[in-house]
Design a protein around this ligand. Sequence first.
Ligand SMILES: Nc1nc2c(ncn2[C@@H]2O[C@H](COP(=O)(O)OP(=O)(O)OP(=O)(O)O)[C@@H](O)[C@H]2O)c(=O)[nH]1
Ligand SMILES: [Mg+2]
Length: 436
Amino acid sequence: MAENQTHRGGFGTHGGESDAFIERAFREKIVLVGVAVGGGDPARTEADLDELAQLIATAGADEVGRLVQRRGAPDPSTYIGRGKAGEILAVCEQADADTVVFDDELSPAQQFNLEKILGRSAIDRTAVILDIFAQNASSQEGQAQVELAQLRYRLPRLRRGRAFSQQAGGIGTRGPGETQLEVDRRRLQRRIHKLEAQLQDIAKSRGVQSRSRRRSAQSAAAIVGYTNAGKSRLLNRLTDSGVLVQNRLFATLDAATRRLELPGGERVMLTDTVGFIQKLPHQLVEAFGSTLDVVAEADLLLHVVDASGPDPEAHIAAVRRVLREIGAGAVPEVLVYNKCDLLAGRDLPLGADRDAIAVSAATGEGIDKLLAAMADELRSGGIVVELRVPYARGEVLAAVQRAGHVLATDPDEEGYRVQARLDEASASRLSEWVVG
Ligand SMILES: Nc1nc2c(ncn2[C@@H]2O[C@H](COP(=O)(O)OP(=O)(O)OP(=O)(O)O)[C@@H](O)[C@H]2O)c(=O)[nH]1
Ligand SMILES: [Mg+2]
């Protein structure tokens, strides 16, 4: 494709605020690019690209090529470096690609420079996920949340004299000394404020409902997990309801709550909610804040993981990362390995999680055990706390392990971030290390 030929441009020739990043009038041909930064494992990058391919297929496009690169650090102006960009251009020309999708979020400058070099739109995983969410949003709240996330993503990426220029005219047109870019920014910001207000109203009315639930002293559980793990099908199995189930990423965007009675007679309100994924865009996490509050406020989480998937442990880690991000890191969790009917005799990839329950939402296998585990968990008074333990204090980590049940241990720069369920006495004995 020649440089001067018109191309859609990631953010260039769009008219409206919530247009798709990937064209839907025809199936776009897409080249995928992944970078293993630093000591990153190239096999991991390949796996991430497989997932990205699934994402673009869900968005309605086809992969026609992919490139993986190792780099010490991302190039600030082109992410992959000019030499590699030239290679991508050659692949694109060969395959007559419409768009290049990068697996990591590009800065506005990187994106601009790449589009100039490549002569076609350059977008990132975030834009693809935003597209899928936009396609799948059906409720008023879901649509407002997705549009808000899209606009927050677009705002820093607006370009001079291109986006939204067709809409100029009428109220809010350019004042003296104001550039078109400033007008466009102002228009976007106004829309963002309006959506924020609208979402606050919706959340307020939901807050009233959840308070009345609290008064009736019912416990609340939330189903969380990686997208397509079978959360909705599990809700249907547990509560005999007809929530939408699809072999499609991000089929569920709206939280659905159903009543469930446990074997001991306790009533639980069970909520199925939006799935998570590796590199889930922070714009979406923020925009879906009020939907995800259900998760942070739950008494118990059913963390559903697809036992038949290629790397359940990576999915579990990605989900726990998002849970911490939304303030749900300390909610007690039952780990549920789903789709066990697909294991065909293979062992469960249980790893360190000996308390995990194996089920099949499809056949009903293991559901009794799951219900019993939920009842136990809701009755046991233990609390889940997060601790920060410096690397040099191995004896503290050992004390936590002796005192209770360690749910997760994640190393970071300063030490271990430990999530553990402890009784009140142990928690207060270890309070020096407890955070939050
Ligand atoms: N074989 C088998 N398939 C399952 C099982 N549970 C779910 N599935 C299938 O997995 C796909 C995804 O199921 P959903 O319940 O929509 O998954 P989800 O976690 O709600 O996904 P999102 O809402 O998109 O994040 C569907 O095709 C289901 O029929 C199971 O136990 N066994
Ligand atoms: Mg679902």
